[in-house]
Design a protein around this ligand. Structure first.
Ligand code: FES
Length: 204
């Protein structure tokens, strides 16, 4: 009588082992491709900025970007120290690269590297596009200590200090938000006085 050949334990597990090896190989290749992609992204200067191209020019008026008064000119008198609004240049509101955060700070609180020449009566403006991955930043007002108010990007919690040139105080943002010049006109409205003094959009 021919004894039935028994399957050896290693034969039973052979297919699973091959599948496992193949899985490891595929994961390794995908991981390597991911690293190469990331490297190319970092090294490619054309990718920086995320395609954001601003069109703000000196003389453009500032208008509210959001809310019931979106599109209306911003009056300096409507903003007290510690206030901030999102703003666009009038007539150029369809370009997201033009979005800025206009903030009113006590003038004595400005410190380097804020460009004081680009501020007026405590008004300072920065790009509202986070330099990490391009989310819109928000204003965190500290009513107990207005000088401790700051700008934050909630996407990955980058924090910027508006009194110090929007310096990065925390989070993954690689560089400050770019400052742009503003001034109060004799009729009380605000206008831009320069272009952005730095790169706008994601810088990773
Ligand atoms: S996009 Fe702003 S912290 Fe990541």
């Amino acid at each position: 009588m021919v004894e039935e050949e028994k399957e050896r334990p290693e034969e039973k597990t052979g297919i699973s082992r091959r599948k496992f090896t193949l899985g490891v190989l595929v994961a390794s290749v995908l991981g390597a491709l991911g690293s190469v992609f990331t490297l190319l992204k970092v090294l490619s200067p054309g990718k920086k900025g995320g395609g954001y191209v601003t069109t703000i020019e000196p003389g453009d008026g500032l208008v509210y970007a959001k809310g019931s008064n979106a599109g209306a000119s911003i009056q300096a008198s409507s903003m007290k120290t510690g206030d901030a609004v999102l703003a666009y240049p009038a007539g150029k509101t369809s370009n997201p690269a033009n979005l800025v955060q206009l903030i009113r700070i006590d003038e004595k609180d400005f410190k380097a590297p804020t460009d004081i020449a680009l501020t007026d009566k405590g008004f300072v403006a920065y790009s509202a596009i986070c330099t990490h991955l391009g989310c819109t930043v928000s204003w965190i007002r500290n009513d107990k200590a207005l000088s401790a108010s700051y700008t934050e990007c909630f996407c990955h919690n980058s924090i910027f200090d508006p009194a110090r040139g929007a310096k990065v105080m925390g989070g993954p943002a690689p560089i400050p938000l770019a400052q742009i010049g503003v001034k109060v006109k004799s009729n009380g409205t605000l206008v831009f006085t320069s272009g952005f003094k730095g790169p706008v959009g994601p810088q990773v």
